[in-house]
Design a protein around this ligand. Structure first.
Ligand code: AMP
Length: 284
C-alpha cells in the first residue's frame, strides 16, 4: 500500500496507475479508527477489481459538537496495518491544510434541503454542510469511478447521492451503499463504540433490538405505539434517545405510521453517556 500525505503526490500516482491499465478507481472515504465495517467497503472495492483508495481524515467541519471532535478515536498505526493487510492499494492521509488550503470558510458549501432539517440534520446542525464540503473536496482530489459508503449512515448515503448530482457527476461516479456490519449482539460497528465503557457497551445492543421490534411489529401494531415503547425502553435503560423514526427509504420523507406500500427505514439516534450512537434498519 502506498501512503500519501500530499494531494498532488496522490494525484500523480493515480494518473500513472490509470495510464498503465484499464482498472478504475474505487474510493472509500473514512475518518479512521477502522473496524470491520470500513474493511467491508475496502473488500467491496477490491472485489469490483478497483484500484482501491482509502482516505483517513477527521473532518472538523462536520462536527457540530467540539468535544465529539476532540474525543474522536484515532488509531492511525493500526489503521495503516489493517488497510495494508486487507489489500488496500492507496491511502490518503491529508492534513487539514491540504484539504482546506484556503481555510474552511472559503470552501464551497452545499444545501440538501429537506434532509438538512430532519433526523441527523436536525440534531446535528451544520453536519451535512460539513459532510458536503469534505466529500466534494475528496471527490475532486481522488476523481474516483466508484465510491463505497455504509448503510449505517443512511441519511449520509442519500446526502452523498444528492451531492454527486449537485456536482453533475452522476454519470462519472457510481455510488455503492454497503450493508451495515454488526457486532454479535447486533450493535452496528462504529469508531465511537471504542469510547463506550464496559457497562455502556453491554447495553448498546438495545438500539438494534429496538430496530428489530419496529420491524417485527409492523404487521400488528401502530408505529406510534412501538415508537413510544422504544423511546421509553431506551430511557429506562439509561440512554438519552434523540429520535426513533420511520421514513420512506427512497427519499427519507418521515412517516407517522407504517406504510406497507413503501420500502421503509427505521432510524434511531441515542446517546449513552457522551457517546452518540446511530443505527437504522430497512424494513418491509
Ligand atoms: P466513518 O469513518 O465513520 O466516517 O465511516 C466511513 C464509511 O464507513 C462511511 O461510508 C460509513 O457509513 C461506513 N461505515 C461505518 N460503520 C459501518 C458499519 N458498521 N458497516 C458498514 N459501513 C460502515
Amino acid at each position: 500500500m502506498v501512503i500519501f500525505k500530499k494531494i498532488s503526490d496522490l494525484q500523480n500516482h493515480l494518473l500513472k496507475l490509470r495510464a498503465t491499465g484499464s482498472r478504475r478507481v474505487g474510493f472509500v472515504p473514512t475518518m479512521g479508527a477502522l473496524h470491520a465495517g470500513h474493511i467491508s467497503l475496502i473488500n467491496r472495492a477490491r472485489a469490483n477489481g478497483d484500484i482501491t483508495v482509502a482516505s483517513i481524515f477527521v473532518n472538523p467541519t462536520q462536527f457540530n459538537d467540539r468535544s465529539d471532535f476532540d474525543k474522536y478515536p484515532s488509531s492511525i498505526e493500526d489503521d495503516i496495518s489493517l488497510l495494508a493487510e486487507e489489500g488496500c492499494d492507496v491511502l490518503l492521509l491529508p492534513s487539514e491544510e491540504e484539504v482546506y488550503p484556503e481555510g474552511e470558510q472559503k470552501m464551497q458549501s452545499y444545501g440538501f434541503g429537506y434532509l438538512d432539517g430532519i433526523l441527523e440534520g436536525a440534531h446535528r446542525p451544520g453536519h451535512f454542510k460539513g459532510v458536503g464540503q469534505v466529500v466534494a473536496r475528496l471527490l475532486d482530489i481522488v476523481n474516483p469511478d466508484f465510491v463505497y459508503v455504509g448503510q449505517k449512515d443512511f441519511q449520509q448515503c442519500i446526502v452523498i447521492r444528492n451531492l454527486i448530482s449537485l456536482l453533475g457527476k452522476e454519470n462519472e461516479i457510481s455510488l455503492t451503499v454497503c450493508p451495515t456490519i454488526r457486532e454479535a449482539d447486533g450493535l452496528a460497528m462504529s469508531s465511537r463504540n471504542r469510547r463506550l465503557t464496559e457497562p455502556q457497551r453491554a447495553l448498546a445492543g438495545l438500539i438494534y433490538q429496538c430496530l428489530v421490534s419496529i420491524q417485527a411489529k409492523q404487521m400488528d401494531s401502530s408505529f406510534k405505539i412501538v415508537q413510544k415503547e422504544c423511546m421509553d425502553l431506551l430511557e429506562e435503560k439509561g440512554f438519552l434517545p434523540e429520535y426513533v423514526s420511520l421514513a420512506d427509504a427512497a427519499d427519507l420523507s418521515l412517516l407517522e405510521e407504517y406504510d406497507k406500500s413503501k420500502k421503509m427505514v427505521a432510524l434511531i439516534a441515542a446517546k449513552l453517556g457522551d457517546v452518540r450512537l446511530i443505527d437504522n434498519m430497512v424494513i418491509n
